[in-house]
Design a protein around this ligand. Structure first.
Ligand SMILES: Cc1cc2nc3c(=O)[nH]c(=O)nc-3n(C[C@H](O)[C@H](O)[C@H](O)COP(=O)(O)O)c2cc1C
Length: 171
């Protein structure tokens, strides 16, 4: 597609939208855990409960995500910067040193996050050079920890959620 603007400048403008930081994990049929850091997460629907994130088609995880029907989205908490880095670094064991449990579909669930959404993949949509992954939320958990916030290409903060609305913490 012809555009009249520079893609780096486009990325820069997109980075003005402050987001949280997530790690999305899954597990292949032959028992390999995989996952990546993603800031493209967002909510979609309350009924049915749905969320989305988008996956770069060039990701080393792209083929693996085509083969599975479940993922877990972890909203990282303050103090989990190392997990953000670990899941965006190539050529390492991204799960090394993490406290894990198993969720739906045996998907690895990282402990200590602000929230975790365990999902069944409901839809995949091609969106340019990304695949939009829409998950139906099967279960979730949340904790009153401070978040990691990503803004203008950097982890910003600290952001304090000392007094979250109590009804927003009920799982
Ligand atoms: C802060 C941050 C946000 C990212 N968000 C996304 C995203 O939403 N979708 C995506 O496919 N990759 C995203 N990435 C890139 C992946 O985490 C990963 O670094 C990249 O895909 C290279 O590794 P891979 O080829 O093994 O996936 C993000 C990376 C960082 C550091």
């Amino acid at each position: 597609m012809d555009t009249t603007f520079d893609s780096k400048q486009f990325r820069g403008a997109l980075s003005a939208f402050a987001t949280g930081i997530t790690v999305v994990t899954s597990r292949s049929a032959d028992g390999k855990d995989f996952g990546l850091t993603a800031t493209s997460f967002n909510s979609v629907s309350l009924d049915p409960p749905m969320v989305l994130w988008s996956l770069d088609c060039k990701s080393s995880n792209a083929a693996a995500f085509e083969q599975v029907d479940a993922f877990a989205v972890h909203i990282l908490a303050a103090g989990q910067e190392h997990i953000c880095k670990q899941f965006s670094t190539r050529g390492i064991d991204r799960f090394a040193g993490l406290d894990l449990t198993r969720g739906h579909g045996d998907v690895p669930v990282i402990q200590g996050c602000t929230a975790v959404f365990e999902c069944r993949i409901a839809h995949r949509y091609q969106g340019g050079d990304h695949v939009i992954m829409v998950g139906e939320v099967l279960s979730f958990s949340t904790a009153p920890s401070d978040p990691l916030v990503f803004y203008r290409g950097k982890i910003s903060g600290p952001f304090c959620t000392a007094e979250p609305e109590p009804e927003l913490l009920r799982a």
